[in-house]
Design a protein around this ligand. Sequence first.
Ligand code: NAD
Length: 273
Amino acid sequence: MPGRLQNKVALITGAGSGIGLESSILFAQEGAHVALVDINGQAVQKTHKLISERFPNVKSVPIQADVSKEDSVKNMVDEAVKAFGRLDIMWALCAIQFNNAGIMHPEDDHALNTEERIWDLTMNINVKGVWWGCKYAILAMRNNPTDQSKGLHTGGSIINTASFVALLGAATPQLAYTASKGAVLAMTRELAMVHAREGIRINSICPGPLKTPLLMDFLNTQEKKDRRMVHLPMGRFGEAVEVARGALFLASDESSYVTGTDFKVDGGLSSCY
Ligand code: NAD
């Protein structure tokens, strides 16, 4: 049976860990050829090795890039286009782009204590990284063929990782992070509207608290973990692969009429009081 992303090319940022790692594996398992991007060169090589061994029919390209630098983002898309662009006419070039890389600064990010350097670093990676990721993906996707006959988009699907904190006021102080994720939601909605008629769908995904290094390093004591747990309706942290499954839906043609949405994978957190 063909995979749900057969003959597609996906570029995934933050592919060295957590959601990006699990999405890279899942997308490859579903038949996508993957451009794996991370600032951590060793981590992205590890993901590449794992995918090459497990899915020999899938082409995987590791790319070291810093999403907070425009040149670096342009280069990563150019490299993906170079690697996949001419292999088969049916391949939708960079058909899927998952702008997922992000940070939660480990220092105090409370409004009264946070510093401009924390704010700027967070905004550079979480907001500018998504903006540039969208910009260069859209420019590449404009060259994709559109299959009007099937009524399915082939222009492309962009997924931006936001967070449940963009929807709720979190009691844990992480102001720059929260503001950055709110910006991701706002940008996603506007870009989705502007590019809808080009066959490019743009959605954000809002993960709840997950058992990944990003959050586990932040909640670095059992007491902090227990305090967060009280708010989790399912009584557990989510797994990165559970978010990857949501991203798979948004990446695939199964979500062909979905754009501009914020897709929650938060274990019910944003619905609870
Ligand atoms: P993670 O720390 O496990 O993985 C993030 C990856 O991004 C790392 O491999 C890191 O090297 C990479 N990265 C960081 N800065 C980068 C840069 N400038 N350029 C390129 N790559 C960079 O984190 P995760 O939990 O998988 O988080 C992924 C996304 O999900 C982030 O945007 C995060 O804000 C969001 N998110 C996470 C949670 C959670 O609880 N873990 C909840 C909501 C949203």
